[in-house]
Design a protein around this ligand. Structure first.
Ligand code: C2E
Ligand code: CA
Ligand code: CA
Ligand code: CA
Length: 279
């Protein structure tokens, strides 16, 4: 029995260290990813429900590793956040997205807003305002071309600090939105203090809003909450015409999702926008 116990224990530690090792390996590979040119951005259109036109896009990070292939953000973003690598990666993302916006501006594309996801660590660890200001200046785009998507979990961490940063970013002319709205743990009271532009309804509610009464209620409540507080509201994860109809009928302002387009490369997005693709 003693021997069995010991071998079980060894098996257990072996499995644990294997997982830890995989994580460490992924982290090591991720550390060199930006320099090795393995990071790319794809862009998913955001569309107005008023006139069906493209009003902007969200930049989404992709990691192409020569051996691992395409690693999904859901796998590496958490590692990047826990290891602190997200600060360097986030810097790469913001520069790349702004550089792309600049290229589109120079190419005479109609003005759009390019949204970038900013993680809590990036927002709280450094002077986010100085960082954004520097990149906007270096790249040379009007602040109105940039939107930052913040998550509720960020807000909950340090409401005071986040409120001040939001005010300063708004002062610069950058657009701000609260991502994945409704799944956070924070109270709603922060909303009255935040001068953000848009609430983004999390896709988990959109996914089931036509079949689950509770999700439908939450979606409608968020739309009316947003409007009563003078925010715009966008729904993500819109996959079908029915989703689109429901959201329009209830006054949602914008949508994003596979129904209109999956995330695409920059040239594909540019072509779509130039051709005036509409809902
Ligand atoms: P998110 O910010 O909520 O982004 C939306 C996710 O939903 C994206 O997944 C997008 O491809 C996916 N999506 C869009 N339309 C649909 C749809 O109609 N149906 C479904 N089922 N999914 C849809 P993706 O690109 O895999 O990104 C996952 C998450 O990784 C993002 O969620 C975001 O939290 C994080 N992420 C991605 N890029 C970055 C980045 O540059 N920085 C940071 N900090 N996080 C990022
Ligand atoms: Ca987002
Ligand atoms: Ca989201
Ligand atoms: Ca999400």
């Amino acid at each position: 029995a003693k021997e069995l116990g010991r071998s079980n224990y060894q098996f257990f530690t072996c499995e644990m260290s294997e997982r830890t090792q995989q994580r460490v390996e992924l982290e090591t590979r991720l550390r060199g990813a930006a320099a090795a040119g393995q990071l790319r951005l794809v862009y998913q259109p955001k569309v107005s429900l008023d006139d069906g036109r493209i009003i902007g896009c969200e930049a989404l990070l992709r990691w192409h590793h020569p051996e691992l292939g395409l690693v999904p953000p859901g796998h590496f973003i958490p590692i990047a956040e826990e290891s602190g690598l997200i600060v360097a990666i986030g810097d790469w993302v913001l520069r790349a997205a702004c550089a792309q916006a600049r290229a589109w501006m120079d190419a005479g594309l109609p003005p759009i807003c390019v949204a970038v996801n900013v993680s809590a660590l990036q927002f709280l660890q450094q002077d986010v305002v100085a960082w954004v200001t520097r990149i906007l200046e270096e790249v040379g785009i009007p602040p109105g071309w940039l939107e930052l998507e913040l998550t509720e979990s960020l807000i909950a961490q340090d409401i005071e600090k986040v409120t001040i940063a939001i005010d300063q970013l708004k002062g610069l002319g950058v657009k701000l939105s609260i991502d994945d709205f409704g799944i956070g743990y924070s109270s709603l009271s922060y909303l009255k203090r935040f001068r953000v532009d848009t609430l983004k309804i999390d896709q988990s509610f959109v996914r089931n809003m036509l079949v689950e009464a509770e999700d439908s209620t939450i979606v409608r409540a968020v739309i009316s909450l947003a409007h009563n507080l003078n925010f715009r509201v966008i729904a993500e994860g819109v996959e079908t015409e029915q989703h689109c109809h429901f959201l329009r009928a209830h006054g949602c302002d914008e949508i994003q999702g596979y129904y209109f387009s999956r995330p695409v490369t920059a040239p594909e997005f540019e072509a779509m926008h130039r051709q005036g693709k509409r809902l």
